[in-house]
Design a protein around this ligand. Structure first.
Ligand code: PMP
Length: 286
C-alpha cells in the first residue's frame, strides 16, 4: 500500500524513520483516524478539530493547515484505490540528536506519517441480522489525560489483549467504580429506556462517533442523558453499545459471561444504527 511520510508518498516498504524519533523513544506524539466511505472523508472537520486540539495540548506545532491535511488525505485515499478506507495520521515531535525527556531545543521538524486501512463492513449496516459482541470489564489503568489522542497506547493495548484472550471484542474500563470508555471505543448503555453515555472530560477520549450519536439522539428525539454510569448500572443495563470511527456503533450482548438484556442486539440499538447508517449514506453518497 501507499503511505505518506514527511512530504512524500511512497510504498509502505520504502518508509523509514530514525530510531531517534521521539515517537519511537517516548511515544511522544498524537494520532487521528478518519474514516472515508466511497472515498468521501466522514466528519473530517470534527476529526481535524480533535487533531488540532491534541497537538495543542502536547505542544507540537501543527505542520499543516486544514486544507493541506484534506488534500493529503484525499490523495492518499486515491493512491490506495479509494472506497471504504480509514486514514491513520500520526504526528510525533520528530527526531532529536540526543535522547532527552525535555523537548529538543531548538525544535526539530515534526514527523508526519499517514496510511490507510480497509474498513470492514460494520454491524450498523445490517441492524436486523447483526449479532452482538462480547466485552469484559477491567480497571482503567491509564493516565489522567485520556482526552488527548496520544500514541502512548501501552495500557490500551494490554487491556485490549486481555479482552481478546478472553474471547471478547472490547475491554470496558472502570475508574473508581464508574465507566470511562472502552480500550479503543466509547461506551453507551440503555437504562430504564434512556440512552446514557459518560460526559466528556479528561478521563475519556471525546469520540467523534460518540458525538455523532449524541447529535442523532437529539435530531430524532430519542431519550438521552449524559451522566456518569456506575458499574452496577453497566451490569444491569438493557443494552450496551461501543462506538468508534471504524466500528461505528456495535451492540455488546455479553458482559463478563453474562447476557446483556435478552442477549440479542437491542431495539434502541437498531433504531440508532439505522439513523447512523442513513446519515453516513446521505453524506457519502452511498
Ligand atoms: N476512546 C478511545 C480510547 C479510542 O481509542 C477511540 C478510537 N480511537 C475512541 C474512544 C472512539 O473515538 P472515535 O469515535 O473518534 O473513533
Amino acid at each position: 500500500s501507499q503511505v505518506y511520510l514527511n512530504g512524500a508518498f511512497m510504498a509502505l516498504e520504502e518508509a523509514r524513520i530514525s530510531p531517534m524519533d521521539r515517537g519511537f523513544l517516548f511515544a511522544d506524539g498524537i494520532y487521528e483516524v478518519v474514516p472515508a466511505y466511497n472515498s468521501v472523508l466522514f466528519r473530517f472537520d470534527e476529526h481535524l478539530e480533535r487533531l488540532e486540539r491534541s497537538l495543542r495540548e502536547v505542544e507540537i506545532r501543527n505542520p499543516h493547515d486544514r486544507q493541506q491535511w484534506q488534500v493529503l488525505c484525499e490523495e492518499l485515499i486515491e493512491r490506495n484505490g479509494g472506497g471504504n478506507l480509514s486514514v491513520y495520521l500520526q504526528i510525533t515531535r520528530g527526531a532529536a540528536t540526543k535522547r532527552d525527556h525535555a523537548f529538543p531545543e531548538p525544535p526539530v521538524a515534526a514527523t508526519v506519517f499517514m496510511m490507510t486501512s480497509p474498513i470492514a463492513v460494520p454491524a450498523a449496516d445490517s441492524p436486523d441480522t447483526a449479532s452482538g459482541g462480547k466485552a469484559i470489564t477491567r480497571d482503567d489503568t491509564r493516565w489522567a489525560r485520556c482526552d488527548i489522542k496520544s500514541i502512548s497506547l501501552l495500557p490500551n493495548s494490554l487491556l485490549r489483549q486481555q479482552a481478546v484472550s478472553a474471547g471478547a471484542m472490547e475491554a470496558i474500563l472502570l475508574h473508581d467504580g464508574f465507566v470511562t470508555e472502552g480500550s479503543a471505543s466509547n461506551v453507551f448503555i440503555v437504562h430504564d429506556g434512556v440512552i446514557v453515555t459518560p460526559p466528556k472530560n479528561h478521563a475519556i477520549l471525546g469520540g467523534i462517533t460518540r458525538d455523532l450519536i449524541v447529535e442523532l439522539c437529539g435530531q430524532h428525539g430519542l431519550p438521552f442523558a449524559e451522566r456518569e454510569i456506575t458499574e452496577a448500572e453497566l451490569r444491569q443495563a438493557d443494552e450496551i453499545w461501543i462506538t468508534s470511527s471504524t466500528r461505528e456503533v456495535v451492540p455488546i450482548t455479553q458482559l463478563n459471561e453474562a447476557a446483556v438484556g435478552d442477549g440479542k442486539p437491542g431495539a434502541m440499538w437498531k433504531t440508532v444504527a439505522r439513523h447512523y447508517v442513513d446519515f453516513k449514506r446521505r453524506l457519502c453518497g452511498l
